[in-house]
Write a protein of this length. Structure first.
Length: 251
């Protein structure tokens, strides 16, 4: 196999899997470790991938934020499984913060109506669905971001400030070992950060597609939350477990 052809296959595998191991590449491409290492170095020099211990991963690009309609159609089975597990963590008389987002929205569908809980949210869509379920709800005021239907800004931050929660359920756009938890909007990041800090337990709800992704603004470190996700197929999964508690649920 020619060098160019082999390197194209390496890039194709990384695009499909995000992370590939050196051993996997040697087997699939029928090449020696030294040859694959040279290929990985060449591709990294061209800024086409990032080498990691034992393999390589896709270069992280800053992601643009999809709107709620797009989010609602992606990874739906995984989000429902995560949401069902998260809802089971809510107990009678809990006071919870429910962050805007497609996975947190799914949680509402699994909430029993006899728990006598109170919910604070920054999402117009979440608030409407909570009211339909006859659940006591406070929606934060402020400007409304049309793409996500979330409130943000000074008014929302000020209104959130005095509240304390037994649990906060937080969404994210990116989860990465060094960058932590990130979101594209700095003002939404301030709300997420405050909600995490003002809760006895901050629970991040993130399907596996959010891992190894980075967006514009960090709002928390991995150690600041516990994570509920679906099956993680990452070569460096143990490194995540070293920084936080992760529950993987089946779809």
């Amino acid at each position: 196999m020619l060098t160019e052809e082999r390197q194209q296959k390496i890039l194709q595998l990384i695009q499909e899997k995000n992370i590939v191991k050196l051993q996997e590449l040697t087997q699939k491409l029928d090449a020696s470790e030294s040859t694959i290492r040279r290929d990985l170095q060449d591709l990294e020099d061209q800024h086409l991938l990032e080498r990691i211990h034992g393999g390589a991963k896709k270069i992280q690009r800053f992601m643009l934020e999809p709107d709620m309609q797009q989010k609602a159609t992606e990874h739906t089975a995984e989000k429902r499984a995560i949401a069902a597990y998260a809802a089971a963590l809510i107990h009678k008389d809990d006071v919870i913060y429910l962050d805007a987002g497609s996975t947190t929205l799914e949680v509402i569908n699994y909430l029993p109506q006899n728990l006598h809980i109170k919910v604070v949210t920054n999402s117009v869509q979440h608030a409407a669905r909570l009211i339909d379920r006859n659940i006591e709800t406070i929606i934060l005021g402020g400007s409304i971001k049309l793409s996500t239907q979330a409130t943000f800004g000074y008014t929302a931050i000020q209104q959130l400030a005095p509240f304390r929660f037994t649990k906060a359920f937080i969404g994210t756009n990116g989860v990465e070992l060094n960058a932590g938890l990130t979101t594209p909007d700095p003002e939404e990041a301030l709300l997420k950060k405050a909600a995490c800090q003002q809760s006895e337990l901050a629970i991040l709800l993130a399907d596996s597609s959010k891992f190894e992704q980075i967006t514009f603004t960090k709002f928390a470190s991995l150690k600041d939350v516990v994570i509920v996700t679906d099956r993680l197929a990452l070569p460096n999964k143990n490194a995540y477990h070293e920084q936080t508690s992760i529950t993987e649920v089946k779809k």
